[in-house]
Design a protein around this ligand. Structure first.
Ligand SMILES: NC(=O)c1ccc[n+]([C@@H]2O[C@H](COP(=O)([O-])OP(=O)(O)OC[C@H]3O[C@@H](n4cnc5c(N)ncnc54)[C@H](O)[C@@H]3O)[C@@H](O)[C@H]2O)c1
Length: 322
């Protein structure tokens, strides 16, 4: 089976490419390298291309006889999306629609889409299930929400078959130490803590320690990238077996506080980390945790790295190789 992996040079896409190839799938990474790294694509083919380049997409889909697309390519910073909505609407909505239209014009009708917990907005329950109301509160979340809405219409009218995965916080590194998270700029907690540890930044800021949580810091849900990719590979099987559409949360269902994450990094590395506690940040919810019961039940998904210390250990192992 030939799989086009958009965003294949990025953090999650590159790990997907490695695991797909190890499991016997053929991959073609399609990435404009705006945020990804050519050096992260060590398996399969690589095409430097943009989602908006219809001719190149078409040629790639046809030349490589693509059967299915995993669509990771997008801009990913909720904060930046508030400052620059057009950037997000163009890339994540317009250019994603271009990908879907081009796929269908080439007879490729199976898609796995990287959605986000950002589609839910302010949580009304914990853990959040897939039936939670969708009410995104920033342009990034809105871009994922609108593509999910469009996918449903494409499925009803155009015969698209798709799975949308709503990730909570993707975290961790390749357990073999080959790949890891190197977003630039970095906004995710675990790499930021490691940046404070290695001196790349002065300290790690904890925004508020007076939330209604056991230690007063915000609680988030972290999922190891290999577990996340495993779910995609199971999803691929579901589409192969004729499933038309499905939506799944991907998180670990438990959640860890900011303080617990910092403590886990200290414990795993044995290093001190400069921490500064400051005022709450507007817009931060106290607890954002997803239920993955549906993925476990329907996909048979069973995360291999559910513990925070396991996730952090893979990052430490990878960083030591850098
Ligand atoms: N990292 C997380 O915690 C997280 C959480 C929820 C959802 N997601 C989603 O997962 C996906 C992958 O995230 P990531 O962390 O690997 O991000 P990433 O920035 O590391 O990877 C995205 C890749 O897409 C490429 N890209 C962006 N726009 C493109 C375009 N128009 N044409 C071609 N390539 C383009 C970039 O160059 C980059 O390599 C994204 O869709 C993101 O919204 C990630």
């Amino acid at each position: 089976m030939q799989i086009l992996v958009t965003g294949g040079a990025g953090y999650i896409g590159s790990q997907a490419i490695k695991l797909l190839n190890q499991q016997g799938y053929n991959t073609v990474a399609y990435d404009n390298l705006s945020y990804g790294y050519r050096g992260s694509v060590n398996w399969g083919e690589f095409i430097k291309g943009d989602l908006s380049d219809t001719a190149k997409l078409k040629k790639t889909l046809l030349d490589y006889r693509i059967d299915m697309v995993m669509h990771f390519a997008s801009y990913i910073s909720a904060g930046e999306s508030v400052e620059n909505p057009p950037k997000y609407y163009q890339n994540n909505i317009v250019d994603s629609l271009n990908l879907i239209n081009t796929m269908l014009s080439c007879g490729v009708n199976k898609l796995i889409f990287s959605s986000s917990a950002a589609v839910y907005g302010e949580p009304q329950e914990a853990p959040i299930t897939e039936t939670h109301p969708l009410n995104p509160i920033n342009p990034y979340g809105m871009s994922k929400y609108l593509i999910e809405k469009a996918l449903k219409v494409y499925a009803d009218v155009e015969g698209l078959r798709y799975i949308s995965f709503r990730y909570f916080n993707a975290a961790g590194a390749d357990p073999d130490g080959e790949l890891g998270e190197k977003h630039d700029p970095e906004t995710h907690l675990i790499p930021l803590i490691f940046d404070a540890l290695t001196g790349k930044r002065e300290d790690i800021k904890v925004f508020g320690n007076d939330y209604n949580t056991p230690d007063g810091t915000c609680i988030r849900d972290y999922i190891h990238i290999c577990d996340l990719v495993d779910a995609h590979i199971l999803g691929l099987g579901l589409l192969e077996n004729g499933v038309k559409t499905q939506i799944f949360n991907l998180g670990n269902g438990a959640g860890y506080s900011v303080k617990e994450v910092i403590d886990a990094v200290k414990k795993v590395t044995g290093h001190k980390i400069p921490v500064i506690t400051t005022a709450r940040r507007p817009g931060d919810s106290s607890r954002l945790v997803g239920s993955s019961e549906k993925a476990r039940k329907i996909l048979g998904w069973n995360p291999k790295y559910p513990k925070l210390e396991q996730i952090v250990s893979t990052v430490w192992q990878w960083l030591k190789t850098q």
